[in-house]
Design a protein around this ligand. Sequence first.
Ligand code: NAD
Length: 255
Amino acid sequence: MRLALMGSGGRMGVAVEAAAVALGVPIAVRIDRPGDPATPAGVWTGEPAEAIEPGMVVIEFTGAEGARQAAAACAARGAALVSGATGLAAADEAALRAAAERVAVLRASNFSLGLAALRVALRAAVARLPASWDIEVVERHHRQKRDSPSGTALTLADDLLAARGLTRAALRHGREGVIGARPAGEVGMHAVRGGTWVGDHEVLLAGEGECIELRHVVQDRAAFAHGAIAAARFVSTAAAGWYTIDDVFRGPGRP
Ligand code: NAD
């Protein structure tokens, strides 16, 4: 597997680099934007397609623009893509879907094994509870995070909405003022920002006189990075198409 790491100078890029060393997986190409201070030598800051070779696997932790560029470059060069940026608009998602018609593309808002387990637990819990139980999602992230709510909170919300037969119109992003009693069928979303939280997601299920709190806390970006490298191994042998992290954790090479 020949790996290219896009966003190599970022928080996740550094974590993927460390995980790759720990797992003995060499990174062949590092790609980032020109930085200030200067990007370190050996990091490609030009057009991504010029650094990506056919048959490579690109791991991307950049942003919406980077995800789009990675999708186009991978499709043009015949490289598989593991995409982790969050905060994507519909057009960015469409660019990734278009690439998946030509190469293997695996997209996940959260690459950690624990979050995958939380989603299973959550679906089971919601299936056992009446629809009268209220649902609130609380996420906490470091002060530098750009997008709110987090991609993972939206993934959890999508699972919960699907289980209840609701759409994203049911999401309630924070509350303020004299807004009256909580309507039924609302899913509350709360984005806490501060300090250095890596990724903390809590789902509250509140009934009459009782509640359930299901929470996943990432303490170290290594949790995401190891999942991303497992995903890279998965797509390195996968046919062109669209994959999710569930395909990795279900598959024979599961970490
Ligand atoms: P960061 O700001 O620390 O790093 C981003 C890096 O990408 C920077 O080095 C930046 O220069 C580079 N970059 C941005 N646009 C680029 C482009 N067009 N081409 C090349 N390089 C580009 O951010 P981070 O904390 O490392 O997070 C990166 C992304 O990954 C965010 O969207 C974040 O929400 C997401 N993320 C996803 C997961 C997951 O499991 N899917 C986990 C953590 C973070």
